[in-house]
Design a protein around this ligand. Sequence first.
Ligand code: FO1
Length: 313
Amino acid sequence: MSRYLAITGGVGGAKLALGLTHLLPADELAFVVNTGDDFEHLGLHVSPDLDTLMYTLSGLSNPDTGWGRVHESWNFIDTLRTLGGEDWFNLGDRDLAVHVLRTAMLRAGQPLDAVTRHLYTTLGVAHAAWPMSNDRVATEVVTADGRLAFQHYFVRERCAPRVTHIEFAGAADARVQPEVLAWLGAADLAGVVICPSNPFLSVDPLLALPALRSALAACHAPVVAVSPIVGGEAIKGPTAKIMAELGLPLDAGAVAAHYAGLIDGFIVDACDAALVERIAHADLAVIAAPSVMRTLDDRINLAHTALEFLGTF
Ligand code: FO1
């Protein structure tokens, strides 16, 4: 048996994650998920990236947004609005049940990984998805308008403020989910995939955990990342805007450079084939392949490409 670990954040990462689950059974594939986006809102513990992956893998994701649940209704948030409550973060009625239950279980003393396992299992997800840590790590976006908690930057301010830098409060002391370190050190680990999530907002929180970063750097199996930048633009979300604000060149090469020392392989989109030779070097193999995931077949094909690529090292 060979095992694979996939690192994922939000919507883009979940799409490739779904493709991977179509190719690998639950005992051969597990996920480690960003929790830097987690926050306490209206008294509830919300874990957006864990939920995006959960809804995606259980076939319940909202196809229009990529986050939240399909066939959602909005009575709660509409009523909250009429009462003058905070309505900038859209909590759907069905989704709300997840946040209420997670919060209750956490308050009763269960750790986040156990709560996550319960939710995923009851929704029929067989593959393990571990929060990167049970300890609180909070992504904070330092902007020209001041420091903002992640969801305030991302949803309330619609990523408008200019980003100066990004911090991960609590990361230095957070304990990494032990199963993640066990998989990274396992003799039968065949590869690690860094999904095409935002490198700065969604993957960096995991890499900010010192033990996770060093385990990934020391991992004996190959690590490949898929570029979220295609043709100089982000498929979705603010990646390109943030790269411009951080003074980075707007192409896939800047993402590969960001992961330097951690990855052995890098997948750029077929339309960026001209970048392959420029990005590749003695320690980094680069391939170009279709990477825009509109359909389930696109997701499975990209997953297949990533696994085949891992097999070449
Ligand atoms: N994203 C939005 O752009 N607007 C929302 O109102 C919103 C609500 C929301 C509720 C639950 C949830 O699990 C995710 C939600 N998201 C929303 C997505 C979330 O902010 C982002 O997907 C991630 O945090 C970035 O990866």
